[in-house]
Design a protein around this ligand. Structure first.
Ligand code: ATP
Ligand code: MG
Length: 420
């Protein structure tokens, strides 16, 4: 062990477990790639102001959880706590919305940083795969994203997750509800911080995780009863499209989520095997965000799924992903001459698309065969002095134990055909 440890609230991804993380990212991305979403990558940090405006001044993310700092040049930056504001900033900066092809559909995958109290499923560095569909107001787009997330989780073999769905209304109807909620909250027995929050952003009080707060919210007015006709019709259409796709969801009239910028459709994916960190992903429509960060009106919808919690959900359900061994052939040279010849063969195999590894470090036969077995390779290639003289190499099937001599010049073609 060195003097150093991973910082508090972080952990390292190491083989073999890291392969599961890669597979989860891949499984979430696959349905997006197949549905017209293009890959976007943005910097790991942005101007603090982007998140303050884009995520919301009164959110926990901005007030408590952001890694903000000043650079030597005097710029105020923050490690990105979430993806949407950055993606929209990048799309606007590149004028993607002016290319005449709306919605702009983008997906991303990366690291996010929040200064939170670390616990299982809650880290200071975590990983998300997300999707944003920018510049269209169409219930089918909201439905598409919900369906694609469902498809991603199902493709991983997850079953015990639920989709919670709500509508947050729009600038017509939400203010009316906001007032009604505020009036209700002012009559409750709440601490000072929460009362202040009720004045700035009363909807967020509904998201308070504390039991003492939750038990007072039983009679809170529901947004559902305040939706304007347009929002009601929109929400009904989303619900019908999702239902028609065979995707099951639950209406959750209290679902508000932690970010300020959501309008209309809001959803969360929760997994029942994760204890209190039960949200594996969430998203919704954010029709006002573009204008909040200085862009034109661009109604948009998106989600972000947490990779770390998705991996925990797989563990909770006892799902083991079938991950094919990365190495197909493991080469074992016996002696210096064999090492040179076989190393050249390994290079040739790799160039021909055969995943191969090599017994490095001058191991003896026994240790080298152990390494071959550990690698997960299907075949071992063993080369001794006598084989060199005869122009052959020993091909051992590590599953059946069967061993045959194959001509040095034929071995690559032989392996390619055996491995299909
Ligand atoms: P929570 O209510 O659990 O704090 P959130 O509403 O802050 O979640 P989002 O901002 O919607 O989460 O992020 C989407 C997903 O990213 C979450 O559903 C979760 O899976 C994951 N996520 C968010 N914060 C963390 C974290 N600190 N550690 C690990 N995963 C996280
Ligand atoms: Mg949070």
């Amino acid at each position: 062990m060195s003097t150093f440890k991973a910082p508090k609230g972080t952990y390292d991804l190491l083989p073999p477990d890291s392969a599961t993380y890669l597979a989860v990212r891949e499984a979430i991305a696959a349905p997006l790639r197949g549905s017209g979403y293009g890959y976007i990558e943005t910097p790991g940090f942005e101007s603090v102001e982007l998140f303050a405006r884009g995520v919301g001044e009164s959110t926990d993310i901005v007030t408590k959880e952001m890694y903000a700092f000043e650079t030597k040049g005097g710029d105020r930056l923050a490690l990105r706590p979430e993806g949407t504001a950055s993606v929209l900033r990048a799309a606007l900066e590149a004028n993607l919305h002016k290319a005449g092809n709306l919605p702009v559909k983008l997906w991303y995958s990366g690291s996010y940083y929040r200064y939170e109290r670390p616990q299982k499923g809650r880290y200071r560095h975590f990983s998300q795969v997300g999707a944003e569909a920018i510049g269209a107001e169409d219930p089918a787009l909201d439905a598409e994203l919900i369906i694609l997330a469902d498809q991603a989780y199902r493709s991983l073999g997850l079953l015990n997750f639920r989709i919670l769905l709500n509508s947050l209304g729009d600038k017509e109807c939400r203010p009316v509800y906001r007032e009604a909620l505020q009036t209700f909250l002012r009559g409750l027995d709440l601490d000072e911080d929460t009362l202040r929050r009720a004045e700035i952003n009363p909807l967020r009080v509904l998201d308070d995780k504390r039991e003492s707060v939750q038990k007072q919210l039983g009679d809170a007015p529901l947004l559902r009863d305040y939706l304007c006709d347009a929002c009601k019709a929109y929400h009904e259409e989303v619900r019908e499209l999702v239902t028609a796709a065979g995707v099951v969801f639950e209406d959750d009239p209290k679902l508000v989520r932690g970010l300020d910028y959501y309008t209309r459709t809001t959803f969360e994916f929760v997994h029942d095997g994760l204890g209190s960190q039960s949200a594996v992903g969430g998203g919704g429509r954010y029709d006002g965000l573009s204008e909040m960060i200085g862009g034109p009106a661009l109604p948009s919808v998106g989600w972000a799924l947490g990779v770390d919690r998705t991996v925990l959900a797989l563990e909770a359900e006892g799902v083991e992903l079938e991950l094919p061994a990365t190495t197909s052939v493991f080469a074992v040279p016996l002696g210096d001459e064999a090492r040179r010849v076989l190393f050249a063969k390994v290079t040739e195999m790799r160039k021909n698309g055969v995943a191969a590894d090599f017994a490095y470090g001058g191991k003896g036969l026994k240790a080298a065969m152990k390494a071959a077995n550990r690698s997960g390779a299907r075949y071992a290639l063993i080369l001794g002095e006598r084989d060199i003289e005869q122009g052959v190499v020993q091909l051992k099937d590590l599953e059946s134990g069967e061993q045959t001599a194959v001509g040095m010049n034929e071995i690559v073609a032989e392996l390619k055909s055996r491995l299909g």
